[in-house]
Write a protein that binds this ligand. Structure first.
Ligand code: ATP
Length: 238
């Protein structure tokens, strides 16, 4: 079988002298959507930090497009085609929308054109005029601006930390449609940490459940949420 697009194995991480991840591993094919759920403190964000290159794992390997990227920082993984979004959509408050697109186009070579920026904006239906100050953008528009900036580089893998946080249901439906289009029509693979189960049930091909640094279940959403281990992790106090 062909090598997967993305693969991580035997990942462990210590933070503050405590083991917060142990023996984490999974693979992704192009276009596949993997959901990650788990109670607060399970280690989901820490795992994304390793996958994106911000944290170096204590053990284990991360491979992307056939290459060992375990030691590569975030910006080098970005150049290979990996995009990351954060729980809080932070944009530069001093810039306008147009200046933000320009900064993203020129973040690294090859510099992109205005057409690339328009392409990214169109993918997420971002329509604010270029002279809009960023301070005027609401949470959903901030998320879409950041996604447009990522998508103009045509990433092959997106790592997303709670893309539905702070959004109302109609906006979450749009995120659902955008992710469906990216994965199913453009073959972008997505790892998505999300508390909104209905969003994951709609878009995730499979789900990993984490608890206290371990993977405790993996499979289709319907199967994992009914598994006894998952019910215990969510509903019993630790
Ligand atoms: N910088 C740090 N130093 C020490 N411990 C940390 C640090 N960051 C996170 N932790 C601990 O690591 C564990 C995993 O945290 P993490 O934020 O990855 O969990 P999470 O599943 O993303 O939680 P949430 O759903 O609340 O965002 C927690 O026990 C947390 O307290």
């Amino acid at each position: 079988m062909a090598e997967p697009l993305f693969d991580c194995r035997n990942l462990a991480l210590d933070l503050g002298g405590r083991e917060v991840l142990r023996n984490i591993g999974f693979s992704l094919r192009p276009g596949e959507v993997l959901g990650i759920i788990g109670p607060n403190g399970a280690g989901k964000t820490s795992l994304l930090e390793i996958l994106s290159g911000r944290y170096r794992p204590k053990t284990g390997t991360v491979r992307f497009k056939g290459r060992d990227v375990t030691g590569l920082p975030l910006f080098e993984r970005a150049r290979l085609g990996l995009g990351r979004t954060y729980q809080t959509p932070i944009i530069c408050e001093d810039l306008t929308v147009g200046e933000t697109f320009k900064a993203a186009r020129q973040a690294y070579r090859p510099y992109l054109t205005r057409f690339d920026a328009e392409y990214g904006a169109a993918l997420v239906n971002f329509v604010a005029p270029y002279d809009t100050p960023n301070t005027r953008l609401k949470t959903f528009e901030r998320r879409k601006l950041l996604m447009a900036n990522l998508l103009m580089r045509k990433p092959e893998l997106l790592l997303m930390d709670e893309p539905a946080a702070g959004l109302i249901n109609a906006e979450i439906d749009q995120i659902d449609q955008i992710l469906r289009m990216l994965s199913k029509e453009m073959n972008v693979a997505v790892v998505i940490v999300e508390h909104r189960m209905e969003l994951l049930a709609s878009i995730a091909d499979r789900v990993i459940v984490m608890d206290a640094g371990d993977i405790i279940a993996e499979g289709p959403m319907q199967d994992v949420i009914n598994s006894p281990a998952v019910r215990a992790a969510y509903f019993e106090a630790h």
